[in-house]
Ligand binder design. Structure first.
Ligand SMILES: [Fe+2]
Ligand SMILES: [Fe+2]
Length: 286
């Protein structure tokens, strides 16, 4: 059972005057990644082949992720009526594929797989909270609030199953830490930056990871506040079996915040450089 439907969103309250142009490309890219959730459900069904309870939970989870994509995609089309969510998604599907046929987790164990899922849900739950709090556009605010609540429930879902597997597999702390850190590091891989490309650049523009990761992260990282990182760090700590509200978690949150600010500024510099390089060409062409 889904917790909400697209019909519950007050689409008629959409207010174009309150749309922050910096948020639109992020919403378009996120819509594509969310909608692609079905592939992860196929992969999870393969990895957890003999666990019908988890398989059912993964199928329900994917239905919610797809709905996140549809809600964000619809908002993207309201904010930019020239944009087609369907066309962008077709391009994304054609160019970005995960290996769904795996018969074992790419994380080395089922506990590891579930820790990786917890990291993703920690990231999305913090991200939509941050976006929802910063936007003044009422429809996007409502959509982000609904999605953020789902993402937190998803975190709890994967966390509960992870505890069950941890009792059986007894994955060591260093291995849990490695999986968690590894998955967090992957947030700057192609999944999001290629979605940024398909959602925001024309089909004849060649894909560049460097340009698109800067386009995505340079904007996305600007919406976080320390409190989002602090809460997210608590969830990361909980996932790997550490005290979520302690001195170590505080220190880690402060370190992560500094790292985020530093990377955000570097991505922004890259964006500014790219804009400068393109400026003379644009003027010459005009
Ligand atoms: Fe989602
Ligand atoms: Fe989720």
């Amino acid at each position: 059972m889904k917790h909400w439907t697209l019909d519950q969103i007050a689409w008629d309250r959409f207010d174009p005057s309150k749309v922050d142009p910096e948020i639109v490309p992020l919403v378009k890219a996120a819509a594509l990644v969310e909608k692609n959730g079905v592939d992860y459900a196929i992969y999870l069904n393969n990895v957890f082949g003999d666990d019908p309870d988890f398989r059912q939970a993964a199928d329900n989870w994917a239905v919610e992720e797809v709905q996140h994509g549809d809600a964000l995609g619809k908002w993207g089309e309201l904010a930019d009526p020239s944009w087609s969510f369907d066309d962008a998604f077709t391009r994304y599907r054609a160019g970005y594929k995960i290996d769904v046929k795996a018969d074992a987790s790419i994380r080395g164990s089922r506990t590891g797989e579930l820790i990786a899922r917890c990291m993703v849900e920690t990231g999305t739950s913090s991200y939509y909270t941050a976006l929802g709090e910063s936007t003044e556009e009422p429809v996007l605010k409502q959509v982000c609030k609904l999605i953020a609540a789902d993402e937190y429930r998803h975190f709890k879902l994967f966390y509960d199953h992870m505890k069950r597997y941890l009792a059986r597999e007894k994955l060591s702390f260093p291995k849990r830490l490695r999986v968690a850190a590894g998955r967090i590091g992957e947030s700057e891989d192609d999944e999001l930056s290629f979605a940024y490309h398909c959602g925001n650049e024309s089909a004849d523009t060649p894909y560049s990871h460097e340009r698109c990761v800067a386009g995505y992260m340079g904007r996305a990282m600007g919406f976080y506040r320390f409190r989002h990182i602090e809460r997210g760090m608590g969830m990361v700590f909980k996932s790997i079996g550490l005290e979520p509200r302690g001195r170590l978690s505080d220190l880690a949150a402060k370190g992560a915040w500094r790292l985020l600010c530093w990377r955000r500024d570097r991505y922004r510099q890259a964006l500014a450089r790219a804009a400068n390089e393109n400026a003379p060409a644009t003027r010459a062409a005009a």
